[in-house]
Write a protein that binds this ligand. Structure first.
Ligand code: SF4
Length: 349
């Protein structure tokens, strides 16, 4: 009888334990489906999403909708799906074809560490500086540096010298519609080229620091390159065999270059399916205004203010939600719609 009672107790215990597991799993699934925390007190988005640096494209996404940026981190599978779709519709192949056109001898190098991967970008930069100095057009030019206390990375589509001797930064944008973009989309594009200019100008003016680069990208200066990267660097005549040595070399190249700040910012819009030119736009560069805007954007990343979503009552903005993958579950949109309905019913009374 005692043995039977113990067996029954054990079975009941197991059932209870499994019951707790099922409840926990159910709760987790329902959380995934509906409620997400858009901001966390005492934790900035940089900390919450483990970001040591930002890409310039983060700012462009942010200028579109900050809530969408937050959802992108909280629901990465949906962001990946959207990125795959936009890669098709934004003409990734046109960009690639252009890059290959400017660099027909591109080679594939096997990388083993994150230092190897970042080193490839720096090597590209080291090669492009003299090419640009000699008046050649360069494509996919990496830019990096600290702006308002945040480390940024970016890649400029095209840099070249105009016939009148001005250094022009040009960004290619492809569109599925054969028309120039809506001001809301163009706003992000102008911000992007403006921030590229700030980064490029500070690089050629000698503001880049070795320690910042190593610190923000969390890279080991003494890490030796993998064998494939070592032989690639040797073929190019580079003596560096560790990441730190390559950074030192880059700083020398930048500090002794005669490159000047960018004179003109240009956006080029092409039709995605035909590749035909839709039009070009020159972007005014107002440094004070741009830096003030940047401070506002970075206040979100530092957790100094709440994220802002689309103003659903503004006809110029509201359409963004209709093309957003998070529209169905967006809490910002849901609570704004409720507010609008309450306001509407109050007015009706
Ligand atoms: Fe932003 Fe609208 Fe998407 Fe919500 S539904 S994340 S407010 S674009």
């Amino acid at each position: 009888a005692l043995a039977l009672a113990k067996k029954e107790e054990r079975i009941n215990g197991q059932i209870k334990k499994r019951g707790h597991l099922v409840v926990a799993l159910f709760e987790r699934l329902s959380n995934n489906r509906s409620t997400v925390t858009l901001s966390v007190p005492d934790q900035s988005p940089m900390e919450r999403f483990s970001k040591r640096h930002l890409n310039v494209t983060h700012l462009c996404e942010q200028s579109w909708c900050e809530i969408k940026v937050v959802y992108g981190f909280l629901k990465p599978h949906m962001k990946r799906r959207e990125m795959r779709r936009t890669a098709v519709t934004t003409g990734a192949s046109i960009h690639l074809a252009r890059e290959l056109e400017a660099n027909p001898d591109a080679v594939t190098v096997v990388v083993h560490t994150k230092e190897d991967r970042e080193a490839l970008k720096l090597i590209k930069l080291i090669q492009m500086v003299p090419a640009l100095e000699s008046g050649q057009l360069v494509r996919e030019f990496p830019v990096l540096g600290v702006l308002d206390g945040v480390f940024f990375l970016g890649v400029v589509d095209e840099l070249y010298c105009s016939e009148s001797g001005e250094l022009v930064l040009s960004e290619l944008k492809t569109r599925s519609h054969n028309s120039l973009p809506h001001p809301a989309q163009a706003k992000g594009h102008s911000l992007q080229v403006g921030v590229y200019k700030l980064l490029f100008d500070s690089m050629v003016q000698g503001s880049m620091k070795r320690d910042q680069l190593l610190h923000y990208l969390k890279l080991r200066p003494h890490q030796a390159f993998g064998s494939e990267l070592q032989s690639y660097a040797q073929k190019l005549g580079l003596l560096a065999v560790t990441f730190g040595e390559l950074v030192d070399h880059l700083l020398v190249v930048l500090n002794f270059s005669n490159l000047q700040p960018i004179d003109k910012l240009r956006l080029e819009y092409r039709h995605q399916s035909s590749g035909g030119l839709i039009g070009t736009r020159e972007v005014e560069f107002e440094e004070t205004q741009l830096r003030a805007e940047l401070m506002g954007y970075l206040a979100f990343w530092r957790g100094e203010r709440e994220p802002h979503g689309v103003d659903i009552e503004d006809i110029e903005e509201a359409w963004k939600c209709r093309m957003c993958p998070y529209e169905e579950s967006c809490e910002w949109r849901r609570s704004r719609l409720q507010e609008v309905m309450v306001e509407g019913s109050k007015k009706a009374k």
